[in-house]
Design a protein around this ligand. Structure first.
Ligand SMILES: CCCCCCCCCCCCC/C=C/[C@@H](O)[C@H](COP(=O)(O)O)NC(=O)CCCCC
Ligand SMILES: Nc1ncnc2c1ncn2[C@@H]1O[C@H](COP(=O)(O)OP(=O)(O)O)[C@@H](O)[C@H]1O
Ligand SMILES: [Ca+2]
Length: 573
């Protein structure tokens, strides 16, 4: 049982059994009275033996008076004893709480308690509500954008049937906008939406829809603060609103990679309880021109080609990726170019260290701890950056930059299983020209336990920033890659002649599922949490042993308690 002082304790009835119900600041606990001496009980985050149960207060969704239960009890009261009990305890309150099920999925369960007097019933409701009101990271007002066009075109139905009822139960008010065209949500956020009214923004859709929300919110924040986001070295101002994702797209890897499952109910519950997880965002520029932000995958070659082909097959829904994947695999294209990158300093792990980013991950936490000098670059280190740049010229089947694992149902461990959500780095994966069979072996390893980087033609680097210049016969770049790109170095690519002459030799970049119009890009990450998404990572706890569970959960509270990113759920951009 919880060691904290009891706020309230009563003998009540639950399913016709007398139970002792205790509320402390952090736990709601109940155990059967009669049999408790004979059998042992236990307490855990949400635990249950045959006769005792404990639910963390932070995972209570709501408490309400249940009128209909009096009737239900009478109907069900076949036994005389049960009838007597429901007459003696006619006032019922119901607590809705989070129940963990298989594979990181959460469900909302109800438990009803019957009280002898209305006053006692009211007291329980009031005291539980008082405790809930202390949880300041929970959202009360949300702005919801639904993409009715993404995935299997089920966004509206998913929201109305699975999410809205939970938001109502948790007394969250939501203003809902069903988008009418691409970029509707982005533009509404950029200029129109009155953001002061909301605690967070929720998108119902896939990674593309999430990306719209990120662009809308980040741009709005920079505009409000007079920051020019087109400058690659601009210091961006973090957004004060968090973003939640209800998965209703085709890949949904941002949701899967943070929550551990693509399940709308689980995501809605994480939003309700106010979980939050920081996430990296990187910016993509072409010379001085800002192109996009990226959160998940920037892929050139294979993934760029899959995406370009799949957009023509949208009518197939998520299956378009499978068809385009096979077609692109059979084409077996490769692309020549130069990749330059700045590797991370030691201490941020490496893409093959088999360390998985979990909730409260020490690498991401240190990254965001301003007190921890170990993670800050000294002036000398910054100066020596120039010497640390590496350059690789080659023929590549794929160049992938994974700012997070990019785990999804197609690849449950992801493109880079050890990538971190909020460490300010990207894992740069270079797949060189190889045989079709070798490339197939590499792809297959994304679906099993084998190491997809353990091939002579694959290399992976954890980087802070990188550049790519596609090979152009007449325009071989002689620039020092450690120097910021000069405008003139890129400008010929934009001229009609150059682009047309060599366009067939180029692939496109897929940026979180959206096609970029330039092949030559420079990518840099941000050291700050710019946006937080409402998806958390407590799912990782279920993978740990008990000791780890305790350690991780205390880290979560430290993360949420005193820092500037404290919001309600998931991911920092
Ligand atoms: C022989 C079997 C080979 C199977 C290989 C599977 C490898 C899958 C890796 C998937 C990486 C996914 C990275 C996610 C990118 C998304 O941001 C993007 C847009 O998502 P959404 O808006 O929700 O549709 N999705 C893609 O680019 C699809 C990639 C599919 C590749 C087959
Ligand atoms: N109402 C709409 N009609 C058409 N396209 C839309 C609409 N709303 C959003 N979009 C665009 O749909 C694209 C795909 O959205 P997304 O939710 O990621 O689905 P999917 O995962 O199937 O790609 C995004 O580029 C987004 O900008
Ligand atoms: Ca990262």
């Amino acid at each position: 049982m919880d060691k904290q002082p009891r706020l309230l304790s009563s003998k009540l009835f639950q399913k016709h059994r007398q139970v002792e119900v205790v509320l402390s600041r952090s736990v709601l606990y109940w155990k059967e009275i009669e049999k408790s001496r004979k059998r042992s009980s236990c307490t855990s985050r949400e635990s249950e033996t045959a006769h005792s149960h404990a639910v963390q207060v932070c995972e209570i969704v709501a408490v309400h008076k249940s009128e209909e239960d009096d009737q239900g009890d009478t109907k069900r009261g076949r036994l005389k004893k049960a009838k007597q009990q429901s007459q003696l305890y006619p006032h019922t309150f119901t607590v809705s709480y989070v129940r963990r099920t298989r594979q990181h999925q959460w469900r909302c369960s109800d438990v009803s308690f019957h009280c002898a007097s209305q006053a006692l019933c009211q007291q329980w409701i009031q005291v539980i509500n008082e405790q809930l009101s202390l949880l300041t990271n929970r959202p009360k007002r949300l702005l919801v954008y639904i993409n009715p066009y993404g995935g299997k075109q089920q966004g509206k139905r998913i929201y109305e049937q699975k999410v809205a009822p939970l938001f109502r139960r948790a007394c969250i008010s939501a203003d809902v906008i069903v988008t009418e065209c691409a970029n509707h949500a982005r533009d509404h956020l950029k200029t129109e939406a009155n953001l002061d009214k909301y605690d967070g923004v929720v998108c119902v859709g896939g990674d593309g829809m999430f990306s719209e929300i990120v662009h809308g919110l980040v741009t709005r924040t920079q505009t409000d603060h007079g920051v020019d986001q087109s400058r690659a070295d601009a210091e961006l101002v973090p957004c004060s609103l968090r973003i939640g994702i209800i998965p209703a797209g085709s890949t949904d890897c941002i949701c899967f990679g943070t929550v551990g499952t693509n399940d709308p109910v689980t995501s809605a519950l994480h939003i309700i309880v106010g979980d939050s997880q920081p996430m990296d965002v990187c910016s993509v520029h072409h010379g001085d021109v800002f192109l996009r932000y990226s959160v998940s995958l920037l892929g050139y070659g294979f993934y760029g080609d899959v995406l370009t082909d799949s957009e023509r097959k949208r009518w197939l829904g998520p299956a378009r990726y499978d068809l385009s994947g096979v077609k692109t695999f059979l084409s077996h294209n490769y692309y020549e170019g130069t990749v330059s990158y700045l590797p991370t300093a030691d201490g941020l792990g490496n893409p093959r260290d088999k360390v998985q980013c979990r909730s409260g991950c020490h690498i991401c936490q240190h990254k965001h701890s301003s007190k921890d000098k170990q993670w800050e670059m000294s002036e000398e280190e910054e100066k020596s950056d120039k010497d640390r740049w590496s350059t690789i010229h080659g023929k590549f089947i794929a160049i992938n930059a994974a700012s997070m694992s990019c785990a999804c149902p197609r690849s449950p461990k992801g493109l880079s299983p050890s990538a971190h959500l909020a460490d300010g780095t990207t894992d740069l994966i270079l797949v060189r020209k190889c045989s079709r069979l070798d490339f197939f072996r590499h792809l297959l390893r994304h679906t099993n336990k084998d190491d997809q980087f353990d091939h002579s033609f694959v290399e992976v680097h954890r980087v802070r920033t990188f550049r790519f210049q596609p090979f152009q016969k007449q325009l071989v770049s002689r620039e020092d890659p450690s120097e910021p790109p000069k405008k003139k170095g890129f400008s010929p690519m934009c001229s009609g002649q150059t682009t047309c002459n060599y366009s067939k030799a180029h692939s496109s970049w897929s940026c979180d599922g959206e096609i970029l119009k330039h092949a030559a890009i420079q990518v840099s990450g941000y050291d700050v949490n710019m946006v937080k998404i409402e998806i958390p990572d407590k799912h990782h706890l279920t993978r740990s042993n008990h000791k780890e569970k305790l350690a991780v959960s205390s880290n979560i509270s430290q993360l949420l308690a005193g820092n500037s990113y404290s919001c309600y759920s998931g991911t920092t951009l």
